[in-house]
Design a protein around this ligand. Sequence first.
Ligand code: NAP
Length: 317
Amino acid sequence: MNAQVNAQTTEQPIFNRLALIGFGLIGGSIARAARAQGVVRSIVATARSPQTRKRVAELGVADQVVESNAAAVEGADLVIVCIPVGACGDVAKEIGPHLMKGATVSDVGSVKGSIVRDMAPHLPAHVHFVPAHPVAGTEHSGPDAGFAELFENRWCILTPPVGNEPQAVDKLAAFWRLLGANVETMTPDHHDLVLAVTSHLPHLIAYTIVGTADELETVTRSEVLKFSAGGFRDFTRIAASDPVMWRDIFLANKDGVLEMLGRFNEDISALTKAIRRGDGEALYEQFTRTRAIRRGIIEAGQDTDAADFGRPHGHED
Ligand code: NAP
């Protein structure tokens, strides 16, 4: 079941101290947006490597940069874990004993079932666990990649476990709305199936086709680059997405991706057959149907019809 979360009229700032664990594209964008909107009183950040922590301090986009995850969550009433999906369980284990009573703990992972399975067992009963996925991103990574407008008019999906306090969910929804996002709730499994087809499968196709082109012996690499405007260029942008993040997504959403990949393989077999048989009618019908879907996306405000993607900052993961 999907549900729009009720709008909240809480005065800003709605959280006192935001702890960001991991400071790449998403963590860095949350910090910039939260500060720009005055949604939290202060921001404490940490990251795994000393280089990233140093860079975050240089950028000045957090009020405090600390060296450990445990230190980051001390006294924080909102903790958001912004690291690859496969690392979230270990971090939950690490921060569990240090979390403040009544704190909200969330994440931004692109897969939700595995996040709930990996993180929930390590979190104390006195915190509110509200997993989240902002469906917004670019192919860039690291602390410099973030920008305050990333979430504007994009969706943020919350997947609160059954029995969660509705007030905690509403408060996190209000946080994301103030960052510019539209918020919806759904179950983790439903999220993973939807995202398998809208995000994970397209990335897999991009990773595949760019690899295929690269391996062609009859077409030189320079020709592939030279004539890449013919659709290929858009695939190369998606295929430039972070390898660790995407490895983790496919490992974590195995069932959802395999389900959609099965359907995709059937459909591509049908198109293969149509091409082989010279069945122009079947091809025309399919392409007309997909053109209408594209128009629907534009009407829903999820993209513009300007040429060349029309969005300066990329895609959604
Ligand atoms: P990113 O720019 O690569 O930043 C990742 C951060 O996680 C860095 O601070 C990195 O620390 C840290 N990290 C990496 N491996 C870690 C580990 N094993 N343990 C602890 N920390 C680790 O990534 P991102 O794009 O912000 O993605 C973060 C999360 O957001 C992922 O779960 C992804 O699924 C989700 N997401 C991404 C997008 C997107 O388009 N990129 C969109 C929506 C959701 P160091 O810098 O110190 O190495």
